[in-house]
Ligand binder design. Sequence first.
Ligand SMILES: *Cc1c(COP(=O)(O)O)cnc(C)c1O
Length: 381
Amino acid sequence: MKFGTKVIHAGIVPDPSTGAIMTPIYQTSTYVQAAPGDHKGYEYARTQNPTRHALEDNIAALENGTDAVCFASGLAAMDSILKLLNPGDEVIATDDLYGGSYRLMTRVFGKYGIKFQYVGMGDVEALSQKITDKTRMIWVETPTNPMLNIIDIQAVCEAVKEKNIIVCVDNTFASPYLQNPLDLGAGIVVHSATKYLGGHSDVIHGVVVTKNKEIAEQIRFLQNAVGAVPGPQDCFLILRGIKTLHIRVERACQNAEKIATFLKNHTKVSKVYYPGFEDHPGHEIAKKQMKMFGGMVSFDLVANDESSARKVLSNTHYFSLAESLGGVESLIGHPANMTHASIPREERLKVGLTDSLIRLSVGIEDVEDLIQDLDYALSLV
Ligand SMILES: *Cc1c(COP(=O)(O)O)cnc(C)c1O
């Protein structure tokens, strides 16, 4: 089955009791048993829910995995992955990580004796040197947020092959339409389904995907034991969003490319971060591991200060000033004060995340309107 068919059909069967073509929202907490232990595979809705199962089977297919396990948010999904670890274990993570991931690692799991190192993974050789006999997990995010660096997933997986180390890829920014880390050797993929999978900015949701049966079993155990499960209505919304994933992401990528080019030629803009540019250091790898270059663009201003950035941020009309990404509508954000405020300033500056850096999540509107919108806001600085 090809991708555009999978989004519509994988894991989806007409409802057995009515023939309803759309997966019903099974809004129930429990299921009636004919006699003790005599049930239809569903006992209690924290453990099993048919709407959730349809979604899990669908996403597993999109990532070429065998198992997907859904959670109430992207961070709840990450939380269960990190719970695979034991005190004393070490994790190496990319150094420009989603702010919430950094917070979960450092402030929550750090407390339980798990050690985290943050390294730039552009240079896989440097990464190899950080590995110790305690390293159990490599945490990769690519493209990274918000600097849009590209990490060579296959090279990272090769570097830890034969070692007892799981490579986990946060594939939120690319979406399964653009990139499938399990095919490149990763053990686990995680998504904030809140973003491209849902695609309509109306639900918080997360998912873990793997094709390793042992990992799948442990994550399912944690899903049930911890209980950070999504409700059936949320699963329905993600299922509905996924049906247009390929079309939405393709249009967002096309728009992003035009906007990145417009910004690159703009006199008020000092630098544009976009992996589709041939002079982007990760361009060749992006071309190899992604189908297109994504819908995210970050840029910095010639006037290298926060007040100029604020002017741009408060004067766009179609780009709404908001956290998040991956929806049909375009968003504009200020990482230093918004998504990445929980990262200390000196850490931020080290990776180029300045006070004037602006991040765009490009939507699927008409690109001429989006460009005009940015042009006006930039004319004010
Ligand atoms: C949003 C996001 C998360 C967290 O997901 P939630 O659904 O908000 O919990 C994790 N990683 C990345 C890259 C994200 O963009």
